[in-house]
Write a protein of this length. Sequence first.
Length: 333
Amino acid sequence: MAFSSLLTSSLRPALAALRWAARRQRRGLSTPRGSEPSLNLGGIFPPLATPFSPTQEVDYAQLEGNLRRYASIPFRGLVVLGSNGEYPYLAPRERVEVVSCVRQALPRDRLLLAGSGCESTQATVEMTVSMAEAGADVALVVTPCYYRGSMTTAALVHHYTEVGDASPIPVVLYSVPANTGLDLPMEAVVTLAQHPNIIGIKDSSGDITRMGLMVHKTRQEDFQVLAGSASFLLASYAVGASGGVCALANVLGDPLCQLDHLCRKGQWQEARDLQHRLIEPNMAVTRRFGVPGLKKAMEWFGYYGGPCRAPLAPLSPAQVEELRSTFTANGWL
């Protein structure tokens, strides 16, 4: 390796830390003290759906309309370009434009997490830098999975270390085995939690034992675990999760923020009652009907859902009726 390349590589963590410190100062974010996290991820984050027009172009006017409504809900922040944002179907230019649009509309005291994971390390680094330049506070980086048989612990640790070193903003790991067919190994999570620029993980596996073990094994690090679904939010808090990135928050944002509040206050009976009413609607807009179901439900609660990008197909009339019945049976419609 040339000396100049070696020098650049060795300076990456320091340069990333300096860039992040400058951003923190401009944003007025707190300085780490003792065991407090450097950036508090506690609370609810909806992973925004990306609105499309009838011709399947990104509809920025409808996106801004949804953001105005979300502004009245006490979210900790928003996630843009996650699985529910149809991230794989957006061109790189569109991804950056969506983040820029959301940043301009989002109050400065709310965090913006932006998906930046690509299949190659190089592309992920480039996309992460672009997201930072567009105004994201945190990069949410999904596991590369196309060659999942080769994604060993060592390969994933190397990938995320390179991204963490190069990123001008903090990085949150993203494990979503339902979509990738790949669980980020526990050994990789524990190792990466020690990186100064990797501050947490969004875990969508639904394995509460795994989440509790993550919290336990990373307790000495500046690292937070986020639940990746509303169905197990209460259970995640019970084992030490900091917050939740929940698709259902696009539809039922206030109830999910209320569940967060009840858990933090230790009002477990009320929290349990509310959690029970959220499980079936959440399963309907995730596992059962996916993004088309989420977008259809958004329309019933006053948001713009609109079409998905092909090849995601709209729900059939029978599926729409089943989805509506699920929300009605749990008292939401």
